[in-house]
Write a protein that binds this ligand. Structure first.
Ligand SMILES: C[S@@+](CC[C@H](N)C(=O)[O-])C[C@H]1O[C@@H](n2cnc3c(N)ncnc32)[C@H](O)[C@@H]1O
Length: 255
């Protein structure tokens, strides 16, 4: 099928590994197959996958232009209803067997995955499922060249500690978007420390976990004040952010 898209959604469609993990996850949950929501449906590609297995699909998209593409792409599928709305204002009425919500980004900071799911989850049947099931967030100490907050697109950076998991989120739990933790990392290299690298692993189902992909959660590089470190130094950093409030909400300080 040929999709009409915006340039951003065209890039999302070109990431075939991203599409493959979502397709496999949808297939895994296809036995309870009445109603599915597709939150932030974009071009409509995941609704298209859902149409193989579900009797009814309600697809919500906030952006007018993107909504128009999805509406056009899915016009021949009577079982899919595409609605131009903010998930946070949508009046859910029916309980679903499956909620698909791909408003993902690294550590869920910059997009509204958590606020959207906190709202929509009430409309999931007791035996219903959410795709993805959750995320696992990990962090490392780094030295990087471009000393400002940015997503990893291959620019040089040197890893200066082991990677530790600092948070695991299960989307079925009630989630407080205000996140705060103290990271305790041991330097494995001597040199100039100037940042943190956050990597998010997406748990599509119990059986499918995806690491960062070009269009699914590339790692995030966060600057720290520069500090000389030696091997085995313990570095403690307080990390705070609000999930869904944007990368501007990230705060760090050495303890
Ligand atoms: C990462 S894209 C994924 C699109 C599509 N699900 C896919 O997998 O190709 C996220 C989409 O969610 C939409 N979105 C973001 N916040 C939203 C909200 N509050 N309500 C509805 N849609 C939203 C964006 O406009 C964007 O199209």
């Amino acid at each position: 099928m040929k999709f009409k898209t915006t340039p951003y959604h065209s890039d999302l469609l070109k990431d075939s590994d991203r599409l493959a993990v979502f397709y496999e996850a949808i297939k895994e949950y296809s036995s309870n197959n009445q109603l599915a929501y597709d939150l932030g449906c974009g071009s409509g590609v995941l609704s298209y996958f859902l149409s193989d297995y579900f009797e009814e699909i309600i697809s919500l998209e906030i952006n007018k232009k993107t909504y128009e593409c999805a509406k056009e792409n899915l016009k021949d599928f009577n079982k899919i209803k595409v609605i131009n709305t903010d998930v946070l204002n949508y009046e859910f009425r029916k309980k679903a067997d499956l909620i698909v919500c791909e408003m993902l980004d690294t550590a869920l900071i910059d997009e509204e995955e958590i606020p959207a799911l906190n709202r929509a989850k009430e409309f999931l049947k007791p035996d219903g499922e959410i795709i993805p099931k959750g995320v696992i967030n990990a962090v490392e100490l780094v030295n990087f060249e471009r000393h400002y907050l940015h997503w990893d697109e291959g620019a040089r950076h040197e890893i200066m500690s082991d990677q530790i998991i600092y948070d695991e989120i299960n989307f079925k739990d009630e989630i407080n978007p205000e996140f705060k933790t103290v990271l305790k990392l041991k330097a494995t290299k001597e040199g100039l420390l100037n940042g943190l690298k956050i990597t998010t692993f997406t748990k599509l189902t119990d059986n499918i976990i995806a690491g960062p992909l070009p269009m699914l959660n590339p790692s995030l590089l966060i600057p720290l004040n520069e500090r000389q470190v030696k091997v085995n130094d313990f570095i403690q950093v307080e990390l705070k952010y609000i999930m869904g409030n944007g990368i501007e909400s990230i705060e760090t300080k050495y303890l």
